[in-house]
Design a protein. Sequence first.
Lengths: 260, 272
Amino acid sequence: MSRRLDGKVALVTGGTTGIGAGAVKRLAAEGAKVYFTGSNAAAAKLVCDESGATFRTHRVQDESGWTALMAEIRADHGRLDIAFANAGMEAGDDSVENIALDNWNAIVGVNQTGVMLTIQHAIRAMRDNPEGPTGSIIVNSSMNALRAMGNFVAYSVTKAAVVALAKSSAVHCGNQGYRIRVNAILPGVVETDLIRGVIDRSPDPVVARSQFENMAPMKRMAQVEEVTGLVAFLASDEAAFISGGEYVIDGATTAGTMGV
Amino acid sequence: MIAQDNGRLSGRVALVTGGLRGIGLATVERYLAESASVVISDLDAADSPAAAAVIERLGPAASYIAANVTEEGDWKRASDWVRDRHGKLHILVNNAGTDLTGAVESISLADWRKIMAINVDGVFLGTREFVPLMAESGGDFRGGASIINVSSIMGLVGYAETSAYNASKGAVRLFTKAIAIEFATKKMPIRANSIHPGFVLTPLLHSGFQRWVDKGFAETSQDLIDTMAGTTPIGRLADPAEIAGAAYFLASEDSSYMTGSEVVVDGGWTAQ
């Protein structure tokens, strides 16, 4: 593994499992000092043991917790270079006709307000970096920002919203003269433990797996490591001219239709 | 200085069209720094000072073939050259391109056809010629072979007095998505993505800006550069090496699930 991120300090929200845990490991492997947040302490311990990263219990929608978290990172390392706004949820989602308001608000709270708070506090931390306002913020959206699902209204809507959030934040940083970049990534179906669980609990796991695999023209799901390679690229100085972008990584799922 | 993962394209063979200058040359240099073998094509004769100087500087991992991307026969020669010399092709960067500006009612059909021939026919012909060899070579590495088509922010949004260039770069964007779906559904080990640079400090940009100065749109080329930097959220133009960084990412195993995607490298220009 290259050491593109030596000397950088990173924060990953929702880092205990899935793409978040993969990103913690990848960023650490490339040399970054990594903090990550979430609520599953048992899963977090495994990630810490493997990566040497630091875990703090925090939910992204908890505004008061942000101040203490960022103060700690600043006290320990004096800087923040990378923030991966990854935490997201879909539990309780439904169609627009049926979704309960409490469930809608819960999903918006994590997927949308939580990402806004992550970007807000990341910019506030990054603007105080010793050499001036620098950094890279990456938002984990979804290909469902481009192709909405009828039975996951809150997920589809919030994932679309955070693309505009990333663009607005990128333009704002430009307006302020900050060298802070903000981009969104839009993954297709990634074979995380969450998706494996959905497959295993379905009435016919073989059929369910095949359905997920066949959503992409590539006829397979992404592996977590394939998504975290993109996160590392956008986090690195290689992407110094990249901001306000939406990076689709979906095996051509949203490139068009598969034809006959 | 941009960090480089030296050696991470070891064993790969790449072809970069329009590789003597600008984004093409920066991409060639980056691939060589990652230990790939690189075939460069461009319009200049092989014994021309421009080609000879680049090849001498780049060393034995680079080779050069004079070829016009609009000519089917030149592509056949290029693929024979690559097959004879390397027997493989893992990375094809369809970078050669030209520009054309002016009010739509002033564009001659000959000029329209010329930009389409270079920017669109060239990408099609290169892809068609090399798909068989890339399909054979794609199994060598995770993520397979990679076709990287250089479009532009002008392939995403319209711009006044740029209609022909807009049309050509928009064509590259959708051509790339179609072939990405086509290769994936046939399980061919070839990915295809487009890069969309914003304003980059290249010879093409300088010559285009000079034409605007000559037409009286600005006093100096530097004034135009400052204006473009002012309309770009990052506040500056790109160095060609920053586009080459994206071309490296798309060539590497790190982008193994990316196909049919647009890689925009524009300093936030299209986000606003």
